[in-house]
Structures are given as C-alpha cells and as structure tokens.
Design a protein around this ligand. Sequence first.
Ligand code: AMP
Length: 470
Amino acid sequence: MTGMRDILPQDQKHWEAVRSVAKKIANSYGYQRIDTPILEDVNVFVRGVGKQTDIVAKEMYSFTDQGGDILALRPEGTAAVVRSYIQHGMFNQTQPIKMFYIGPMFRHEKPQSGRYRQLYQLGYEAIGEINPALDAQLILMGYNSLDELGIESTITVNSIGCPDCRNEYKKALVKYYRGKSKLLCEDCKRRIGSNPLRLLDCKEDGCQNLKDEAPQILDYLDDGCKDHFMKVVEYLDELDLPYVLNPYIVRGLDYYTKTIFEYWAVDDTTGKNALGGGGRYDGLVKVLGGREETPACGLSMGMDRIVSKLREKEIEVPEIYGPDVFIAQLGEAAKKKAMVLYESLRKKTDFKLAQAFYKDSLKTQLELANKLKVKFTLILGQKEIGEGTILIRDMEGGVQEVIDFDKIEAEISKRLDKYAKNGNPVMIIGEDITALNTENGGINDEIDEVKEDSKYVIDTGEDIIDIIED
Ligand code: AMP
C-alpha cells in the first residue's frame, strides 16, 4: 500500500533508540505516558484540528462503522490527548497534566520522500498551564530528544498570537494576497477565503516568493501575546538553544495560539521535511467541550524522519538483541540439561542469553553463537554431564576451559565483569598460545581450533591479569 510499510526486525534498533530517548526525556521532565485509541470520533479532529486544514479536509482517513458512527484514523495526537484529558476529568488534578505518547498516525498525503500515510510520531503535551517557561521547556525537550540521538538541529520559533490579534493579522494577509492572487497556486487561491495563514506555509515557488513582502504577525501581536513571546525567547536565550525567529511559520493546524516552533536538521537543504514541531493551544480544551479555558502547549516529532536521519548520518544505535552467552549442547541428555540450565540462568541472573535447542549439530550452534557475537559459549556434552562440568569457550580467543557445572553463574559473572572493566575482550599472549585440552566425549570432533596443550596466559593488553594452568 502506498505510503505504508513494514518495519522489519533488522530495522527495529533505530526505532527503539528513538522510543527509548523519548521515554528518557519524558521521564526527566515529569511527563507520563498516555495511549489513546487509533480510532476516534471524527469530530475530535474536525473540531480540534480544524475543518479547513489540509490534515482534516484532504488527508484524514474516515469511515462509517457498522453501528453508523463516523470514525477517523487519528491523523495526529494532540486532539486525542485533549479529548482524553476532558473525558477523564484531569482538570481536577494538579495542573499542568504532563503526558507523552508514541504511536502511528494516518494521513492520506501525496507520496513523496519523508512523507508516509502511516507515519509515527512521539509527542509531549502539557495541559493546564499558561506560563511561558512551559513553552520554553517543551521547545527544549524536543531539541534534547534530537540531541540525545546525535542529531544536530535548529529551532524556528514564531508567535501567532491569540485569536484576537490573529484576526487582525488575517485581514492584513487577505488584503495583501488579494492583490496578487494571479500569482498564487490553485490551492492558495482557495486559501485566501478559507485559511489565509496557510498561504505563508505553501511550498510552491510562486507563493514562496510572495511571502517575503507579506505582513508579519509580530507587528499584530497585542501586549499580552507580545509579552508572552518575549519571555519564551528570553528563556531560550538563557538555555542557549540554537533558535531563529521566523515570522512566517504558521503550522498546519488550527488549534495553535501564541508560541509555535519547528525543528530542522542543521544539514536540511530541502526546507520541506521538518523533524518536528509544536506550539501552544490555549483554546483547544474549550473547543473539544472542556468547561474552562485551559491553556496548554505541546509538540510532536516525526519518528520516520528521525530514523532516516539516524541512518543517513550513520549514527550508531544500541543493538536490541545482543546476547553475551550462548548455551550449546550435544546429545539428547545434554539438550535436556541445557534447557533447564537456560531457564534457571534466565530467571536468576540478568545475563543476556542465547540458544538454539532446536539444533543438534554443535558446529551449527557455534556458528550461530559466532554470528550473534556472544562473548562466551557454554558447551554441554555427554562427558560433561557425567563429570558435573561444562565447557566455557571464549569466543574472541577461542580458548576453552572446563569448569564445575555448579560454578557457571559465578564464572560468567566474573568474566563479564572483566569484560566490562577492561572494555576489550581477553587476548592470549605468551609462547604457548594454546587452549586447554578438550579431548572429551566427541565435542572436539566439531571444534577444529582447539589444540592439545596445557598452559597459557590471558592478558587484556597491558597487564597480565590471569595465568591459568590445567
Ligand atoms: P505535524 O503533526 O503536522 O505538526 O507534524 C509533526 C512532525 O511529524 C513533522 O515535523 C514531521 O516530522 C512528521 N510528519 C508529519 N507528516 C508526516 C508524514 N506524512 N510522513 C512522515 N512524517 C510526517
């Protein structure tokens, strides 16, 4: 389906990195998770986002369900969060209510680079507070989310005032553009009558050129809105954030008031793919049926675009599945014992374990362990069962040792600690660079690197840390 895609297992680590940064940032500023349904009553968006906005008028997926209700696949998160705030009487709690969300949104947009029809957003919302320190903090949270991921961004900031100052401004815009309507694209000709602010946002060259001479909102702000904005900017200065004032950003949703902002990658040359954006929405709670005027502010970030930036810049992200210890087995009895061992270690320890109990060949298991880049493999065979032992194989050096079965946990902890401390895997030096004799019960048949000998030294680079003799 156009604009929709699978996110495959091998691609998940980038997404997980973005999600975990969102959770970390939310947590550090006291925002708690909220999940709203993917489907909402269509009016949540028609009234909340605005009937005339592109998101609602052109891009919303809506349908009548079997019960006759008209539903919409959510095209954005804020209106749904506000619906939930009202429905659950959150205005009775200490304000502001600070929430964050992560999830898919749906917009029937024209397919092009950086635009999907199922897109993913993360968002931070704070409802019930007017103080400009909140706006500045939210701007900071979006910036920090990108920064934490290693993406350098700049912030564009503007104020579109309250509805009163905006009405005056709209009149000035309509007057300016009416005189030039021949030069506008078809959409913008229509926007003069329906949504004049959006004229400033049009990406068509002809409309862009006209923008430079257009009246600026900042000249139309009343004293209250001007003061609010000055404060926000002062806080941004104090926080030393890289922002620029852009009097022409308007954002595509009707609910915004006063402060609005967007995040752009510093190396973005297209000017089309913002990484995120947000603003104040002081009127939205009322519009969606709330009893009181309830000021609020929030932002959302485009996860698809953040992920593609991480890839484009080849920014390292943590592996999701990175086991340290593989448990291999040879023979039916060993398989059973290894399965039980696995469960016991899984429950008792936080070792990152891997296995392939559905494989019989030791070679296949060791190949898999190698592929998984585990640090150690525990190998259990018939002989080891008889002796109450197990082999532990250092995958980096290929060295194998026999250890007591009962000491597995302590031994692995010790070795993992060594890894953590030294930061590099154990290396083997010395004249007898050989591994322990492991001529035991058939295991060697499948391990060609293991040689017969007795003595070796384990080193971590500079300092000899262990001398082992059999
Ligand atoms: P908006 O909800 O329109 O303010 O969008 C917030 C952010 O979501 C944008 O800055 C983009 O990063 C992202 N975004 C919006 N629409 C799409 C889309 N169709 N595909 C991918 N990302 C999108």
